[in-house]
Design a protein around this ligand. Sequence first.
Ligand SMILES: [Zn+2]
Ligand SMILES: [Zn+2]
Length: 472
Amino acid sequence: MRVISDLQLHSKYSRAVSPQMMIPFIGLWAKIKGIGLIATGDWTHPLWMREIKANLTEDGSGLLKLKKSDERFTEDGPFFLLESEVSCIYTQGGKGRRVHTLIWSPTIDTCDKINKELTRRGANLLSDGRPIIGLTSIQVAEVVFSIDPKCLIVPAHVWTPWFSMYGSKSGFDSIADCYGEYAKDIFAVETGLSSDPSMNWRIKELDNRSIVSFSDAHSGPKLGREATVFELAELSYQAIRKAIMTPAESVKREAESNNKSNNDSSSLNAKRLTLNANNIAYTLEFYPEEGKYHYTGHRACGVKQDPRETGEKGTVCPVCGKPLTIGVMHRVEELAGRSEADLKLTTREVQGTKVKGIYSDAFPGRPPYIKLVPLQEIIAETIGGAPTAVNVQNEYKKLTNQFSNEFAVLLQISIPDIAKAAGEKIAQAIHKVREGDIVIDPGYDGVFGIVKIWGEEGKKKLSDDKKQLSLL
Ligand SMILES: [Zn+2]
Ligand SMILES: [Zn+2]
């Protein structure tokens, strides 16, 4: 079975989050988006944990279901996975570190035990849905895995300059530096909005780890702006864990080494099947250029540089002389063990969709990824108005009602059918997004990039932009 998952979000108990982010509301938006498995968010917060216990029930699979028989929710979901994010602020190796880490747990009991231990070690979990704690990333891993080794720890938005494992301002150069002896238990990293999987495929220590993508949403409409699509033997926590722990490259390697040592092809096939029963089919990505830390720059001075310019001009703001905020692209260049050309990227339609995905011919075991623009943004840019405007919302509701959900519209429904429902122009816009035929003014130093599906300004096609940058 295939399930679209979004396993990182925040509740109304986190800073700058919509007060509507309550469990039933999150469930409703998951349905509108087409997300079958959604994060609870924030289970470290005592009041939010109370909401989780009041609204959701554990079904024995390691996942949770909405408790009350609410007619808005059907038998098949959405299902919830216990997810929380902690912000560790500490000093290590004489340098200030700020790292955000996702913790996934298979039971409420495990969450309660972890919360108790974090509190015992001085964390104020009531302070925020995403609490700031003074423990190191290593100490967090120690607490979590000693309580329940089935938990998963995933470094969040792994390239953002200020709050991530590889962050240019307060991160580390390797997983081992950040998580110490627990590095071997870190099976995946989350890309964040400003990087896409192929940027991560250039980092050699990620070769045997999964690359996952989630929304980190602070409001309903932002759910699923990035997502991971799993192919699972069954929908359970254990199946998700296996899929994450079995990155495709190691499946391939294991199969190959079996092939050499064992000529019994039936046993090899059996082994392959068991390894492949749970895996990541593909990920859905925000255009990384749209992320707010893609390029290097200084927001206050309006200074923005691509990595080539940073290479030539350095990292000091030419206007005010302060250090520039190093963008994700430049930081990837710093840590990369191979070039983009080494990946041999190609595009072809992803199975089960009508959209072209990006594949690596050099690493054929890597799941492909699809770059999308959220439907409300597509409609807003096509008919005019903000994504929240009434005319945009009406079109959005019409399309998501008629075709069940947003991901069906973006990934599966034929363009002629969309045209019949929403008119030629919106259908064409969705076609352009599916083909990657759009222009983006890249984000930098906290400023989101701007998507131009019908861009007159800028004119520069994204593909030209890419070509120029790959000359580096
Ligand atoms: Zn975060
Ligand atoms: Zn400046």
